[in-house]
Write a protein that binds this ligand. Structure first.
Ligand SMILES: Nc1ccn([C@@H]2O[C@H](COP(=O)(O)O)[C@@H](O)[C@H]2O)c(=O)n1
Length: 266
């Protein structure tokens, strides 16, 4: 069991993911209440006491809603870049100084045998990041809340074994949906969220290496369906000549209201 993870919750109602190596376990984002995170961890047979640290992607409430309460309860160190700390200070409340850790964007650190790398992404937060994790020769990449996938991000995601990739909306459903126009423009823009097609396009450039599974994540409950997201991504892949067998590669589900099973990458 060299590297494994579970997505506890995914979508604008709250995001949180646990990544675990042989000797370290970390939580990425606390976008649900602290109480709910405790319940979800229990469902996956771990607890807050098993965690070594929390890593924050950005200050939007669906990523930090329960951060302050959860970090204080379990006395956990919290890692974020300087500007994200500034932007979330009021929402998160008091985190004791020794547990306020600054991890600059595009830097690497290690907790025991777990290598953690942050990378900058395009989203309308002060300095949003994604994270890649490596242990025991395996690589997991988390890539959600992306307006678009830049060449730099694409390079960062290369050689992943498993990815959690945003597939937020179906563009036609969003265009015809009931959100106000300014919000639609935001979601569709370069600092908004990846559509199903954009996720498919990104995968066309990533499916050449070791990639075995992609979890489609941060799906809109208003403008998407898991089956539609998978169909669209598959259609984009096939129209670009990528045909695969189930045992070689799979698209996997995430949920807004329940955790994914542990995925044991290695
Ligand atoms: N009234 C709303 C609804 C949603 N948003 C933001 O739009 C993004 C996509 O939301 P989905 O739930 O459709 O995935 C997300 O960033 C929401 O926070 C909004 O600003 N106002």
């Amino acid at each position: 069991m060299g590297l494994r993870f579970t997505v506890l919750g995914s979508g604008s109602t709250g995001n949180a993911t646990v990544v675990s190596s042989d000797a370290a376990t970390v939580l990425i984002d606390v976008g649900l209440s602290g109480k709910k995170i405790d319940e979800l961890l229990k469902e996956r047979e771990i607890s807050g006491e098993d965690l070594d640290a929390i890593f924050v992607t950005h200050e939007h409430s669906d990523h930090i809603k329960g951060l302050g309460a959860f970090a204080r309860k379990h006395r956990l160190p919290v890692y974020a870049n300087e500007r994200t700390w500034g932007a979330m200070a009021r929402i998160v409340g008091d985190i004791p100084e020794p547990n306020r850790k600054v991890l600059p964007t595009d830097s690497v650190m290690e907790i025991a045998d777990l290598r953690i790398e942050s990378y900058g992404i395009s989203h309308d937060a002060v300095e949003p990041v994604g994270y890649c994790f490596q242990a025991d020769g395996a690589k997991l990449s988390l890539a959600t809340d992306l307006g678009y996938v830049s060449d730099k991000v694409m390079k960062q995601l290369q050689n992943s074994d498993v990815m959690v990739l945003e597939s937020n909306h179906d563009v036609d459903m969003l265009r015809m949906g009931r959100y106000p126009w300014n919000i639609k423009r935001r979601i569709l823009g370069d600092t908004g969220h990846l559509s199903n097609e954009a996720a498919g396009d990104a995968l066309c450039r990533l499916l050449t290496g070791s990639l075995r599974r992609v979890y489609l994540a941060h799906l809109s409950q208003e403008h998407n369906l898991m089956d539609l997201a998978k169909l669209t991504v598959n259609t984009v892949l096939e129209s670009n000549g990528f045909f695969y067998h189930k045992h070689e590669f799979a698209l996997c589900d995430t949920y807004h209201d329940r955790p994914t099973p542990w995925d044991i990458i290695k």
